[in-house]
Design a protein around this ligand. Sequence first.
Ligand code: ADP
Length: 436
Amino acid sequence: MENNINRSQQNRFFISSLVSFALLFAILGLVVLTLFKTVIYNNVDHDLTLNKTMLTQASEAPSINQPDQSQFSTMMPRRFIGANNAPFRTNLLVFNANGKLLNKASLGDRFDLLSNIKLNKKHLNQIQNYYANQGSSFRALLIKVPKSSPNFIYAGKYVLILENTDSERIAVQSFQTVLIIAMLIFWVISILLSYFLSKRNMRPILKSWNQQKEFVYDAAHELRTPLTIIQNKMEYMLTKPNSKIIDESESIATSLSEITRLEQLTNNLLVLARSDSNTNVLKPETINPQTFFRTILEPFRAIALSQNKEFNFQNDLKSELYFDPNQIKELIIILIDNSLKYTDTGDSINIRIKKHKNNWLFSIIDTGTGIKDKNQVFDRFFREEKSRNRKTGGSGLGLSIASVIVKNHHGRIWIEDNQPKGSIVNIEIPLRSVKP
Ligand code: ADP
């Protein structure tokens, strides 16, 4: 089931990035090709308009009756294109108003090539593409030379200026082929890339999916145990309808303590859920470190003493702090509570608070059982020894909440081994962790 979800999601990623890549390449190719065509034909069109100006304004005109091409070549200094039996780059077809070709003689051999081109007055002053015999291509501009033109040979005639575009057409075709090959190569590369990306993108999703699943499973499991105990106690009491409350005080006390446990658990779950949805609102205040830490830590001294454990704290912090006092209080309680839970009679718990650069450093050094999985203990519901911890009342959420609080205050939390035994839990938080 999980594998199916994984695979179908990965396929979706794969297909979507593949389509995106293909689309991107197609658009890129189209844009590049269009730009290339525009630039390349712009030069031809520029030549056409240049020739038009020369024809309408030139005082010295070439003769259409002259079969000698040198007259045309002075006016049309374009190169001869060798490929495809191409004719002169620029050709002129001169028509009278009835569409009769007037310069057939001067065209010589080229007439065979251009014979299929007729006068079409609808295209007057418009640049058009023409295809001559033998597959030659042209861009052409039809003009009507005014009667008043000093260029008397063309005056009053229709002149079709033809620019041979065989070389441009070949260049565009070659470019198009190169472009298609390049795009295909890149598309194949993008298939591999999409596959790799889809696999990589799946990893964090899978991780959080698994975390979520485990979280729900563990939470349900943790909630079920106290609920079962309460249910059993209630059912037992129902079998003794005539008993007095005093007779069943043990069952009632157990039920109440399990209810307290349920309450704690749901509160913890709520804190974590809020942190997941980023709805934890900080209420920071300016704090006097001496009174703040003393008020929290002092009551623990009595608890430690009652368990025959040594408890000391030393606070060297003088500068004012700025943080959410409720959250930091909860953080400290979680850490000291753990130290008390995981130490035995005769062990010691030492607390050091000091300034370190622009941060305040809080260390709890205990001589208890020590922590083996120093990173995993911050995972939700993680407990090193489940059986022992059930007795201590833990649910494996304390350090997860502690790390959320530290993160809220832009600090860090880490664990070290204490010598010869036990652990050191450190937190480091900026002096002004939140902007006032
Ligand atoms: P719990 O509610 O079980 O204490 P925590 O998230 O606070 O959950 O701690 C996770 C686990 O880390 C604990 O179950 C315990 O195994 C270990 N641990 C935490 N603090 C200490 C400590 N001071 N000494 C030894 N083990 C500890």
